[in-house]
Design a protein around this ligand. Structure first.
Ligand SMILES: C[S@@+](CC[C@H](N)C(=O)[O-])C[C@H]1O[C@@H](n2cnc3c(N)ncnc32)[C@H](O)[C@@H]1O
Length: 258
């Protein structure tokens, strides 16, 4: 089980380039020390995507008996490379597991993808063990510096186009909104940290434009595309002036209130 004395871990860098997570070297030692001797038992990663978060996170667990990843998309069988990991296609709002089943439940960068966070939280509370932990990692939209705002703006641009093309994708929340959302449901102990990511390198204006054009091509309506072209201009202007850095994220560790 996690010794949650001070679970101040985090430093996850999510790049929009290849959606890999990287752990910031500077904080690596601290992280290792904090997480030393952690055994997660049975762990559930909700909205796992291709395992970007869980792959990194699992490096800091001394052991775990089993990891179950769920997401509502189909994934090729060889997507995950961890041992004792099973992927199930499942809706986060209908988690089909027994009560008091998981020692640790993680949810990373997905709050803003969920239509009914209250329903998801209620289910999480049922299936986590009485002494279990819930770990929420989420990028937020405020308190970012100018270079990080390029990331925030770019994310909102993606999210907006997802919505225009029929997907459900909210803009990211403010830090306070995330905290309030969580406090509404979990009355137990909450540890939190926010962390700045490692320096981002290798993002050129050409690459940024390429990414923007690809996303923009999804919009078929001319008027809407014009609107998003203007949004794209704001992003590239911000990039030219300040560059690009990944947004700071918030990591919350919640202890199930018994
Ligand atoms: C931004 S990705 C996060 C992936 C990973 N957890 C990470 O931190 O990089 C959000 C994921 O949530 C999944 N998702 C969105 N709504 C969902 C739902 N209702 N049930 C299950 N998965 C969902 C998406 O398919 C996507 O893989």
């Amino acid at each position: 089980m996690i010794n949650l004395k001070a679970c101040f871990f985090g430093i996850i860098v999510q790049t929009f380039v290849n959606t890999q997570h990287y752990w910031n070297d500077n904080k690596m030692d601290l992280l290792k020390k904090t997480l030393e001797n952690i055994s997660a038992g049975r762990l559930l990663d909700i909205c796992s995507g291709r395992g970007e978060f869980i792959n990194s996170f699992s490096n800091y667990l001394t052991n775990f008996s089993e990891i179950i990843c769920i997401d509502n998309i189909d994934l090729p069988e060889n997507t995950f490379r961890l041992p004792n990991l099973k992927f199930l296609k499942m809706d986060a709002e209908n988690l089909n597991f027994p009560k008091n089943y998981f020692d640790v439940i993680t949810l990373s960068n997905s709050l803003h993808h969920l239509e009914n966070t209250g329903k998801v939280f209620a289910q999480i509370k049922k299936i986590v063990k009485d002494n279990g932990f819930i770990i929420i990692n989420e990028m937020f939209s405020d308190e970012q510096d100018n270079a990080q705002m390029t990331h925030v703006m770019l994310h909102h641009f993606f999210a907006g186009i997802d919505r225009e093309t029929g997907g459900f994708h909210k803009n990211t929340f403010t830090k306070n909104q995330i905290l309030e959302m969580v406090k509404e449901v979990f009355s137990g102990q909450i540890e939190l940290m926010d962390y700045k990511n490692a320096k981002t390198e290798g993002i050129s204006i050409e690459y940024l434009n390429e990414v923007i054009e690809k996303i923009l091509a999804k919009v078929k309506d001319d008027n809407i595309r014009e609107f998003y072209k203007k949004e794209a201009e704001k992003i590239t202007n911000n990039f030219k002036q300040y560059g690009f850095e990944l947004a700071t994220q918030l990591l919350l560790v919640l202890k199930q209130d018994i």
